[in-house]
Design a protein around this ligand. Structure first.
Ligand code: PMP
Length: 393
C-alpha cells in the first residue's frame, strides 16, 4: 500500500489533495456555516432556495420520525415501500406534468442507475463532456459506448449521431445547467436532434429544478420542452433543501426502471422522514415564488458587482452558480483561504472536477442571502483578489 502514500504526496504537491473539513449549521442563521471557531457566510451551499432549515419541513420530518421510525427497513421491492412514497410520486408526476415518477435515494444513484437500465453493450450514450460525474459513472457502468461530445457543441453531436446511426439503442444525456460554469445546455437544439435521429433524451435538472419554470419544474418546462424529454431527472438535495432524487417520464419508463434500475432494487428505501420532508419542500418550491424572484435579483446584483470589479466570471448566467476562474490550483487555494479568513466560506474547485488550468472559486447563491451580504462579499473578493494578484485591474 506504499504506492498510495506516494500518489497522495504527488497530489498534495500539485495542490490537488482534497480533505474533509467540518462545517456546522447555525440554526438561527441559515445562510451561515461554522468552521472551527468561526461563523462564515456560506457562499458554497446548494441550498439555493434557503429551504434546508425551513421550520415546516423540519416539523413534518420530526413527526414522520416519531410515527414511522428511523429507517424504512428494506428495499422498496421488499417491505420498504411506505404509502408516502406513492403519494409523493403522484405529486411529483403532477408537478412535472408527466405520467409517472420514481424516487431514488440521491441524484448520483438516479443517474448511475437509470442509464444502465436503458442502455447496455452494443448501445451508445451521447454525453456532453461537462456532464456531472454521476452521468459519466452511469455510462461506464452500463457498458454502452460513451460518445462524448464537446461542451454544448451541437455540430459535434450531430457528427457522432451519424457515426453511430446503426447502434441498437441510443441516448443523449445532458445537464440542463452545468454545475461548474452555470451555463445552460442548448435544450432546443438537443430536442430537435433527438427528434431527427429518433434517440432518447435525458436531462439532469439538478441545478435548475426549483429555479426555473412557473412552479420550479426546471429549465425544460421554462422553455416549453417538457414533452421532448423522455427522462427528467432532478435532486432534492439542492433547491429542495432535503435529500433524494426523482425520475419523471412515461408510465412505461417508470415500470421499466422498477424492474431494471439496480440502485432502486438493491438498496434500502429512503427513510420515511426524508420522504415527508421532500413532500413538504415540494409544496414550498411550487408556491413560494418569492424565493426564485429573490434569487434572480441577488444574482444580478452579485454578478454585476464582480464584473464591475474586473473578474472573469465564466460563461453562464445562472442565478445560482457564479464561478470566478483563477486558473492555477495553488493560487485558487490561497484565494479561498484568504476569503475564509475574511469570513466567507467558498470552496476552491480544482481538476479533475474542472479542466486543467481552470481552477476556480464556485460561489453559489441562496434566496436567503441579503443584498448587503452580497455587496460586502463582492467588495471583499475584490480587495483580496487585488492583494493576491488574482485580479489584474
Ligand atoms: N447531477 C448533478 C448535475 C449534480 O451536480 C449532482 C450533485 N452535485 C448530482 C447529479 C448528484 O446529486 P446528489 O447530490 O443528489 O447525489
Amino acid at each position: 500500500m506504499y504506492w498510495i502514500e506516494k500518489e497522495l504526496e504527488l497530489w498534495a504537491g500539485a495542490s490537488l489533495e482534497r480533505s474533509l473539513r467540518e462545517s456546522s449549521t447555525v440554526s438561527k442563521s441559515p445562510g451561515y456555516t461554522v468552521r472551527g471557531e468561526r461563523v462564515l457566510l456560506n457562499m458554497s451551499s446548494n441550498d439555493y432556495l434557503g429551504l434546508a432549515q425551513h421550520p415546516a419541513i423540519i416539523e413534518v420530518m420530526r413527526e414522520a420520525l416519531l410515527t414511522e421510525g428511523a429507517g424504512s427497513g428494506a428495499s422498496r421491492l421488499v417491505t420498504g415501500n411506505r404509502p408516502a412514497y406513492g403519494r409523493l410520486e403522484a405529486e411529483l408526476a403532477d408537478w412535472q406534468n408527466c405520467e409517472a415518477a420514481l424516487v431514488f435515494a440521491n441524484g448520483y444513484m438516479a443517474n448511475s442507475g437509470v442509464i444502465g437500465a436503458l442502455v447496455g453493450r452494443g448501445d451508445v450514450v451521447f454525453s456532453d463532456q461537462m456532464n456531472h460525474a454521476s452521468i459519466v459513472d452511469g455510462i461506464v457502468l452500463s457498458r454502452a459506448e460513451h460518445a462524448r461530445y464537446r461542451h454544448n457543441d451541437m455540430e459535434h453531436l450531430r457528427t457522432l449521431l451519424e457515426k453511430h446511426r446503426d447502434k441498437r439503442r441510443k441516448l443523449i444525456v445532458t445537464d440542463a445547467v452545468f454545475s461548474m460554469d452555470g451555463d445552460q445546455a442548448p435544450l432546443r437544439e438537443l430536442a430537435e436532434l433527438k427528434r431527427e435521429h429518433g434517440v432518447m433524451l435525458m436531462v439532469d435538472e439538478a441545478h435548475s429544478g426549483g429555479i426555473y419554470g412557473l412552479r420550479g419544474e426546471g429549465l425544460c418546462h421554462e422553455l416549453g420542452l417538457q414533452d421532448d424529454v423522455d427522462i427528467h431527472m432532478g435532486t432534492f438535495s439542492k433547491s429542495f433543501g432535503v435529500y433524494g432524487a426523482y425520475i419523471c417520464g412515461s408510465r412505461t419508463l417508470i415500470r421499466w426502471l422498477v424492474n431494471k434500475a439496480r440502485p432502486l432494487i438493491y438498496s434500502t428505501a429512503l427513510p420515511p422522514s426524508i420522504i415527508a420532508g421532500i413532500s413538504k419542500a415540494l409544496v414550498l418550491v411550487q408556491n413560494e415564488h418569492w424565493r426564485r424572484e429573490r434569487l434572480y435579483a441577488a444574482s444580478k446584483l452579485f454578478r454585476s458587482s464582480l464584473c464591475n470589479a474586473g473578474f472573469k466570471i465564466g460563461a453562464g448566467d445562472s442565478p445560482i452558480i457564479v464561478p470566478v476562474i483563477v486558473g492555477d490550483n495553488a493560487a485558487t487555494l490561497r484565494f479561498s483561504g484568504a476569503l475564509e479568513k475574511a469570513g466567507i466560506a467558498s470552496v476552491a474547485i480544482r481538476p479533475p472536477t474542472v479542466p486543467d488550468n481552470t481552477a476556480r472559486i464556485r460561489f453559489s447563491l441562496s434566496a436567503i442571502h441579503t443584498d448587503k451580504e452580497l455587496t460586502d462579499t463582492a467588495t471583499l473578493i475584490r480587495t483580496i483578489g487585488l492583494q493576491q494578484g488574482v485580479l489584474h485591474p
